[in-house]
Design a protein around this ligand. Sequence first.
Ligand code: AMP
Ligand code: MG
Length: 460
Amino acid sequence: MSESAVAGLLSVAQAMEILDRTPVAPRVVRMALAEVAGLRLAQDLVADRDYPPFKKSLMDGYAVRILDVGAGTAVELSVVGEIPAGASVERTLGLGEAMAIMTGAPLPPGADGVVPVEDVVKLEEGSKVRIAGPVPASRFIAARGSDCRQGTTVLRTGAQLGPAQIAVAASIGAASVKVFAAPRVAVLGTGDELVEVGVDPGESQIRNSNTPMLVALLRRLGCQVRELGTVRDDLELIRSALRRGLEADALFVSGGMSMGTHDHVPRLLSELGVDLRITRLRIKPGKPFVFGVFESSGFGVRGSGKSLEFGVQSLGREVASVPNQDPSLLSPEPRTLNPPLNPCYVFGLPGNPVSAFVCVVRLASRLLARLSGGAVDERWLTGRLEVGLPANGPREFYQPAIRDAPPGGKSAQAGFARITPLQWKGSADLFTLAQANALIVRAENEPPMPRTTVVRVLEI
Ligand code: AMP
Ligand code: MG
């Protein structure tokens, strides 16, 4: 593509800046702990008590006094009781005494050592034990509060709740927590040539592959997705599908975004009151990318109380919406400071599947991350090019590639990963994309890159 053909189009960096400056207000909901996997906390969690809450045995064995067993000469102790996990003991352990104790049980007063059961010899049917010693003080004992002190902030707002974080929340008694709700996202496919996956296509028809791809991609990005099906390139049909889609937190439309006579989507979005902030970019593939924001003042659908159904999944009880805006990114214009009430963020994606994929991975994902209460989360990796690449054209270029793990595994001597660019046949070539696990990102007009150049790639 010539320089003149891209003159006046925004760069990818400019588009990112527009996306990053767009205020978002993630919804805050209170949800049961069982429902929150993958979501982000919208509150700090504080330890309600010391952990462990008592002086705890780390082994099955015998609680002892170091005065008895510290010297290193073999001693015989009388077994005066047994402490299972969950029990509590008032009786002080006296000199010459031991108590059987289980992992996780509190030590009796006076005890300052634990001897594992493997290291004792039971005598007189277990009423006595012989310990060869010496036993170091505090061995196999966790002091109260040694894992975490009462009042410590154990998880902060924005933390993503994986299994370990959920266990922490459970430990401190948070049966429900405030989280940022998963964005509710609608996906619409447009095109006269499209049929649904289960339908036999006619000779000049193709199956809608974008919708299933986008549903999978958006779920991976933590969204709750609602499919709006496929509509033909008909003004009325697209308009009414868009109206429904605008009830979601974000709407993804694929197809009909370019300059063809049947490409109606940007104009219709504009007519419906969507403020189009990006139309067309210096990106390859993905030039027809569109981004806009719809505020409820548009035509009133979002204020009407009619809300797009998002299935049976628990959505939690709404607590609040909080602006999530990196202050360093705030635009000086006051217009952008306050997120609109119940906005819908609209992403118009090129119909070509690889273009649509790249635009979501590289562009839409950053706004969705903030809408989920997080920050931009891209996984960049490096490696050496296995083959040289020619000079790049005037658009930032995303080339599907395979990144192999470095030879030598994770050892200190491990070499660079290998980056093998794939010979894709253009923005419709889904089949090559499906072989790739990374995208090589080429800067505008970048000179040729010889083989073995170290490049950064975006993991996909
Ligand atoms: P468009 O952006 O509508 O001009 O479409 C560009 C190309 O992408 C055309 O070859 C379309 O057939 C194809 N395309 C559009 N939408 C889809 C879709 N949902 N699934 C697969 N291919 C599509
Ligand atoms: Mg089309």
